[in-house]
Design a protein around this ligand. Structure first.
Ligand code: NFS
Length: 666
């Protein structure tokens, strides 16, 4: 991979280069100027009280150096990581809370611009939660579902409702090791409590609470968010769209929707196609209104509405630098304050819409789901009024790629068996026969500390060559989209023979775009369905699957990695090094070896992309061997297990059936 480039997204790179000539600073310039603090970046700085900050450095620091209170290096490193998990969990779960409130307001008829679009999904969710739905008014069912979700946040005892969706064996591991989440807010509060001065000093105990907190997101707030978004706006199915910084149109009003939540973005999509709004744009000299997305808000409206995407995290300033953006509308999370600074060089208006995410210098228009369309119209009109102010030339090339997105877990099951026989049997069989070697989730942020999107691109291409089916979410999916990798044709040319055959037979691309970061929970549901299908592992742990966040930067990524690890998935984090736990070998050992023993999942950090690939394949092959599956050999497939006769196989399938969660899976 060429080192000198800033972004592996070719259009992004061109805009960055243009910006250097124009003296417009971006994150790619600041990343060179800002050297990371060498102590903080390894996790060795403790600033939880005012006696310090204590820097636990020096030769043999792990054994010999303690903070003023006596906290060891391992305690400090674990504490810092748990605080990251708590912050990441807060972000995803507060998003989920807002979605639950939106569902409640819709069900009560208070949010008149929203409806329950996917009643079947509501019923499926109601079934999982034990809410009676047959013969009842839809809104009454929705009210009860919303009430349970809201309760999950404030629950003090018991467990988060969706814990029961996991395979029984996975749930048993959680119980055994004390990580079953009780209430979403409770776990975050306890994580912060335990990490204050003079509290939990045992690194293992601290990290156990970290896992419990992360699980409150994966099987709680994030999963709630995915489900409510599907209920309100529709469960995604394959959709064709476009990706790249070239999606903006010179003769139309361009509005960017950026952030994470789908509520306002969906409403903007609705109002932007209203005839009066288009007529208003035309009255100002534009041919129409063109919407484009960034980050996870983009994934939400790409998956459901086919709205084109301008890419992920590192493309946000660059979108403005095309000079074509009338308004960048942001909701919450992953919004660089720098977009306001860049916007001042152009005519772009940055509009913040959440009281939780205001930026000095931006215009604030508070979103309120009770008046959703009125607010969305105000925003779109403001963008239209700004069209005439477009004067400063930016850097714009209108190249773009097709993408196929919209692979919800429901759709993946459907395409393997149709409406009546939806299943994961073909996928499990293909893995058992060695056509598909395993599954990798390549997810998470893109990062200017590495050639942005470059490690994503390298890994997904190498994985499909090695017959590994790739699922992707968040900015990982944007990285694939803007590279042109989310088309069946393009990727099939690069997939290994076995994977290619399966993709052609089922009719799927080998890189599946599953949605936003909260939709990583769709991967948990898929793994659960695979366990229930039989023939592979009867729990999530032990599946030939790996999670990878090649360029992570957000605390949310850490929390996601931890809920996958606790669910039984080996997870590899790449990108910038040292890792935030690298100061303590003890903490590294707990997160790799101890977690693997307890949960069959782990979280390790590996900067070298080739090593990430090698480790991924090793984890997959190790799992195949433990499951006594046919040894993977490229281009040579079988149908039988080795060392396993039919009786043994029936036994395994029986135990998988017994391990099925006692609720519907998808
Ligand atoms: Ni995930 Fe989505 Fe992107 Fe990273 Fe940010 S947008 S929630 S955190 S940067 S993938």
């Amino acid at each position: 991979m060429p080192k000198a480039i800033k972004s592996a997204d070719a259009l992004a790179e061109k805009i960055v280069e243009w910006g250097v000539g124009q003296k417009i600073e971006t994150c790619f310039d600041r990343v060179d100027k800002m050297k990371p603090c060498p102590i903080g970046e390894t996790g060795a700085c403790c600033k939880v009280c005012n006696m310090g900050p204590c820097r636990l450095v020096g030769k043999n620091a792990e054994e010999e150096v303690v903070g003023i209170c006596g906290a060891s290096l391992a305690t400090v490193v674990a504490r810092n990581l748990v605080r990251m998990i708590a912050a990441g969990t807060s972000a995803h779960c507060d998003h989920g809370r807002d979605m639950a409130f939106a569902l409640e307001a819709t069900a009560k008829g208070e949010a008149k611009d929203f409806q329950i679009k996917d009643v079947k999904k509501l019923y499926r969710v109601a079934g999982i939660l034990g809410v009676e739905f047959e013969g009842r008014p839809v809104n009454d069912v929705a009210k009860d579902v919303a009430a349970i979700f809201i309760e999950d946040y404030g629950r003090q005892r018991g467990e988060v409702s969706y814990v029961k969706r996991a395979p029984i064996k996975t749930q048993e591991r959680w119980k055994k090791w004390g990580v079953t989440p009780r209430g979403i807010d409770r776990e975050v509060v306890e994580a912060l409590d335990r990490t204050t001065i003079g509290m939990d000093a045992d690194p293992d105990s601290l990290l156990t609470q970290g896992l419990k907190t992360a699980l409150a997101s994966g099987w709680g707030g994030s999963m709630i968010s995915t489900d409510v978004s599907d209920i309100l706006f529709g469960t995604p199915g394959p959709v064709k769209a476009e990706a790249s910084l070239g999606i903006f149109k010179e003769d139309e009003v361009n509005v960017v929707i950026h952030g994470h939540e789908p509520t306002l973005a969906e409403t903007i999509v609705d109002v932007a196609s209203e005839p009066e709004m288009i007529a208003y744009a035309q009255s100002k000299g534009a041919k129409g209104i063109n919407l484009g997305g960034l980050c996870c808000t983009s994934n939400e409206v790409l998956m459901r509405r086919g709205i084109p995407t301008a890419g992920g995290f590192t493309n946000q300033e660059l979108a403005i630098m095309t000079g074509l953006i009338e308004a960048m509308v942001v909701d919450v999370q992953c919004i660089m304050p720098a977009i306001v600074t860049v916007s001042k060089k152009f005519h772009t208006k940055v509009i913040t819409t959440s009281e939780k995410a205001k930026i000095p210098g931006a215009q604030h228009i508070q979103f309120d789901e009770h008046r959703a369309k009125d607010i969305a119209r105000e925003i779109v009109r403001l963008a239209i009024d700004n069209y005439a102010n477009r004067k400063v030339q930016g850097s714009h090339i209108s190249d773009k790629f097709s993408v196929i997105a919209g692979f919800s877990h429901e759709y993946i099951a459907y395409m393997q068996g149709g409406r009546w026989r939806a299943s994961f049997r073909p996928l499990n069989d293909a893995i058992m026969a060695g056509r598909i070697r395993g599954v990798a989730g390549v997810v998470g942020c893109d990062n200017p500390r590495v050639p942005a999107t470059g490690i994503h691109k390298y890994l997904v291409m190498e994985l499909i060559k090695n017959d590994v089916l790739v699922v992707t979410t968040g900015c990982g999916s944007q990285a694939c989209g803007v590279a042109g990798y989310l088309t069946p044709e393009m990727a099939l040319e690069n997939a290994g023979l076995g994977l290619r055959e399966v993709c052609e037979a089922i009719g799927i691309p080998p890189i599946l775009h599953l949605g936003a970061c909260v939709d990583n929970t769709r991967i948990l549901t898929i793994l659960t369905a695979m366990a229930a299908e039989g023939g592979l592992s009867d729990e999530i742990g032990g599946m030939p699957g790996v999670g990878i966040a090649p360029e992570w930067m957000s605390e949310k990524a850490i929390e996601i990695g931890c809920y996958f690890a606790a669910s039984g998935v080996p997870v590899i984090f790449g990108g910038k090094m040292p890792s935030p736990i690298s100061a303590s070998k003890k903490v590294e050992r707990i997160m790799s070896d101890v977690w693997y023993e307890r949960f069959k999942g782990c979280l390790v950090f590996e900067p070298d992309p080739e090593q990430i690939l090698a480790k991924t394949l090793k984890y997959i092959d190790k799992a195949r061997e433990a499951l006594k599956l046919k040894k993977y050999e490229p281009g040579r497939f079988g149908t039988e297990r080795v060392l396993m006769d039919m009786a043994a196989r029936r036994e395994l399938e029986k135990s998988a059936a017994a391990a099925k969660p006692h609720v519907g899976i998808y």
